[in-house]
Ligand binder design. Structure first.
Ligand SMILES: Cc1ncc(COP(=O)(O)O)c(C=O)c1O
Length: 443
């Protein structure tokens, strides 16, 4: 099928997050490792891991073969029955999870994981409210989109979801006027403590927090912040829900983002990297004490395809590949030796780069019109012509065979964890070229 035919068929598809006008995007028909291949055979380097989920790259043979083997044995099975492959996946997930998270509720993706984690927390505590950070994304279903702090919430915010937002630490655009990470950490924790006190601790079921803020900024927390959040939650009987949908399973150079702080949350939502997105899968890791709540009392919720055998087989294949190929260590090395230094070097050459932030295989270049006043290259929540300078950068990368994810005034760089140094160099060289276009907007 030619690109023209594929794009014609594509008009039958209702696409999420975008206007439904006909689009001109590449038509991808194949892929391998860090590359996607279009209908003409052109190869594109995938510096986005799609939506930050192909952690082991495209068409990893161990994952493809695990799915094929399971398809030959048993394609599908309702969640009520015992299943070897579902159990294997749960074992491999709990084996790498932080201490005390010994059970897995499977879902089909990240937003369902957040929905069920918050429902569990509300039932476990008997309390109504949820806390979440302004700079956050937690999914697109009712509770998750209301938890989401960034502008993606606005169009669907009913104001009635029982969510209270707070400011998390973000030194580059500090809400507290801080000048150093320790100061930002202390002030953000003091602010959170006040929010909890003034909302009334006995009304708060859970605090939901991305362990590294992903889509809303790529913001690793300062040392001490997650520990402080853990302590506040423990002190007030609030369930700490870590959202590890984007950063779980190696993305930050540890199995989970919370491992950098050595804290254990009460519930942990995951998806994406658990099986590199080859078949939809997500879930909630459940602590022993919350599991206890549901030992005699049925949990009021479930999903027809929860723990789907093909998705669980993909998880087993992915996690096996990650262990055998040392991909968590690869992600850490990408951050310290390759992407971190490479992106900082770009910042030295391009005045449009206000800040380089990231960890492991998750990075962002925050683009500005003026380094001194940090005026963003496009305004917050910009769309249409106002967002054009950033959209042009995405298009310029694509023209040069590089897929990046542009969001707000940021270029996000999140390649597969097994990206080679040569591939990294190719992608960075294209970014170097394209950033000259951004520099033209600098005052
Ligand atoms: C941190 C975080 N939480 C939740 C979600 C929602 O996951 P899904 O799109 O699989 O529903 C996402 C998706 O990008 C995410 O990045």
């Amino acid at each position: 099928m030619s690109a023209v035919e594929i794009l014609k068929l594509d008009q039958l598809v209702f696409h999420p997050w975008v206007a439904q006008t006909p689009r001109t995007v590449p038509a991808f028909v194949g892929g391998d490792g860090s590359y996607l291949v279009d209908d003409t055979g052109r190869r594109y380097l995938d510096f986005s891991s799609q939506l930050v989920f192909t952690n082991v790259g495209h068409q990893h043979p161990k994952v493809v073969s695990a799915i094929k083997q399971q398809a030959d044995r048993l394609c599908t099975l309702a969640p009520i029955w015992a299943s070897d492959v579902r159990g294997d996946a749960a074992k491999m997930i709990t084996d790498v999870a932080p201490a005390g998270l010994n059970h897995v509720m499977f879902t089909n993706g990240g937003t369902e994981a957040i929905e069920h984690a918050t429902r569990m927390a509300r039932i476990h505590t008997g309390r109504p409210k949820l806390l979440a950070a302004y700079r956050s994304y937690h999914g697109a279903t009712t509770t998750s989109i209301n938890l989401t702090g960034d502008h993606r919430r606005w169009a669907t915010d009913t104001g009635s979801a029982g969510v209270v937002h707070f400011f998390g630490p973000h030194l580059y655009r500090s809400a507290f006027g801080s000048r150093a990470p320790t100061e930002e950490c202390e002030r953000a924790l003091a602010h959170l403590e006040q929010v909890i006190a003034l909302e009334g601790p006995s009304t708060i079921a859970a605090l939901v927090l991305e362990s590294v803020i992903g889509g809303s900024g790529v913001i690793p927390p300062p040392p001490g912040y997650l520990e402080g959040v853990r302590d506040l939650c423990t002190e007030h009987g609030i369930v700490y829900i870590a959202d590890e949908v984007m950063v779980g399973f190696g993305r930050t150079g540890e199995w989970f983002g919370v491992n950098h702080a050595r804290v254990s949350p009460d519930l942990m939502a995951f998806a994406k990297g658990v099986n590199s997105g080859y078949v939809p899968l997500g879930g909630v890791l459940v602590s022993d004490s919350i599991h206890e709540t549901f030992v005699e009392r049925p949990y009021p919720g479930g999903l027809t395809y929860a723990g789907h055998p093909l998705a669980c087989a993909a998880a087993v294949g992915t996690l096996r590949a990650m262990h055998e190929e040392g991909l968590v260590a690869s992600a850490a090395r990408l951050g310290t030796d390759v992407l971190g230094p490479g992106l900082r070097e770009l910042a030295e050459r391009h005045l449009s780069v206000g800040e380089v932030r990231g960890i492991g295989a998750l990075w962002a270049l925050e683009l500005v019109r003026d380094r001194d006043n940090r005026d963003p290259l496009v305004p917050y929540a910009a769309t249409g012509p106002a967002a054009a300078p950033m959209a042009e950068l995405g298009a310029a990368c694509l023209e040069r065979g590089l897929i990046i994810f542009v969001f707000g005034n940021r270029i996000n760089v999140a390649p597969p964890l097994n990206l080679t140094d040569a591939e990294a160099a190719d992608g960075l060289a294209i970014l170097d070229e394209v950033l000259s276009l951004a520099d033209e907007h600098v005052a």
